[in-house]
Design a protein around this ligand. Structure first.
Ligand code: PLP
Length: 360
């Protein structure tokens, strides 16, 4: 028996990469590996990315961990540096930076670097999270071009607020803002995350930035990854460590939050919110065990959760439950929980063993 573990299917990853590579055609692929490669293991996933052109992360530490593991591919820091002291570190390790504020621009201009950095200039075309104002963009771009600390022409990037609903008007509004800048800059462009890429929202991209789809998961509410030809990479699993019969009216777990409506049998799986399984998963969230789904009942504990096995199943101690994976799409679990697959995947906790099947 095992507590929570996640089998990581590297063949599925390669399958997804091939599919994305084909779809990208002449466009380059910036594979997004932030948040521990969406819970799949940063350095191990990075080592499998022969088919990608560069890697995107959110923190300097993530970029340095990749370099320490001998990853030589270009790495892009998606929110750029946070402190000017990090600039020398980026230069020494050849890490590319996004610039999204005047603050960063000035610090970059003033820095004394041995090697210039490759830079991506992020424009706020309407998401209003990070990025320079459209009307300031041309001046920013020219300053970057003029700086000795910048290697070559910056790549111009933006990010959609609503790419997972490609039909909404905001996407076209953002694109119109971006396109008007491109008229004066003629820069290389990067616009699309997974959803925008699959929905062909921005075919003018030179660089696409897929994250979620690499891991085989759909960015759209109305389709699963498998319907898009993708294969889920992670199977989150745990063993059944206890079963018991309970009578009608008996409750299960903390706060007696669930009470049996009739006599039944409960199975306890060795996984809980301490492993990253969401504590707010409601009654009825499916768990797949030996060929079918059983409903979660009661509150998720730190190390355990309960499922209602019913009286007719022959599931015993030692059986393996799948919390999500090819048998039970993470998209479906996310729907039950009221969140997105991104959050479920990247919350998988450090104590969950990532099993790459190396011993086979
Ligand atoms: C700037 C940027 N590009 C691309 C991505 C990848 O997004 P997704 O996982 O939806 O493909 C992200 C992730 O949030 C991002 O912040």
């Amino acid at each position: 028996m095992r507590p929570a573990w996640a089998a990581i299917d590297l063949k599925a990853l390669q399958h997804n990469l091939r599919l994305l590579r084909e779809k990208a055609g002449h466009r380059q692929l910036l594979a997004i590996l932030k948040a521990n490669a969406y819970g799949h293991g940063l350095t191990r996933i990075a080592a499998e990315l022969q088919q990608a052109d560069a890697i995107g992360v959110a923190r300097v530490d993530e970029a340095l961990a990749l370099r320490q593991e001998g990853i030589v591919k270009p790495i892009v820091l998606l929110e750029g540096f946070f402190e000017p002291s990090q600039l020398a570190v980026l230069a020494a390790s050849q890490i590319q930076t996004v610039i999204h504020t005047e603050h960063q621009l000035v610090q970059l201009e003033r820095a004394e670097l041995n090697t210039p950095l490759k830079v991506w200039l992020k424009v706020d075309t309407g998401m209003h999270r990070i990025g320079v104002e459209p009307e300031e963009t041309v001046a920013f771009y020219r300053r970057l071009q003029a700086s000795d600390n910048v290697d070559g022409d910056p790549i111009l990037m933006t990010h959609f607020a609503s790419a997972d609903t490609p039909e909404v008007e905001q996407n076209q509004q953002q694109l119109a803002v971006f396109n008007s800048l491109q008229d004066s800059l003629q820069a290389r462009l990067s616009i699309s995350n997974s959803a925008a890429f699959l929905a062909d929202l921005a075919p003018q991209d030179n660089w696409v930035r897929p994250g979620l789809v690499l891991y085989g998961v759909s960015p759209f509410a109305d389709r699963r990854g498998q319907q898009l030809g993708l294969k889920p990479v992670m199977t989150l699993q745990a063993s059944i460590i206890s079963t018991r019969e309970i009578d009608q009216g008996e409750s299960v777990g903390y706060g007696a939050a669930w009470t049996a409506r009739h006599k039944t049998r409960i199975g306890i799986l060795a996984i809980g919110y301490g492993d990253g399984y969401p504590r707010n998963a409601p009654e009825g969230t499916p768990v797949w065990i030996e060929g079918r789904c059983y409903p979660l009942v009661g509150r998720v504990s730190m190390d355990m959760l309960a499922v209602d096995l019913g009286l007719d199943s022959d599931i015993e101690i030692g059986a393996t439950g799948v919390l999500w994976g090819p048998q039970l799409p993470v998209e479906e679990v996310a729907e039950h929980v009221g969140t997105i697959s991104h959050e479920l995947l990247c919350n998988v906790a450090r104590r969950v063993v990532l099993d790459y099947g190396d011993e086979n």
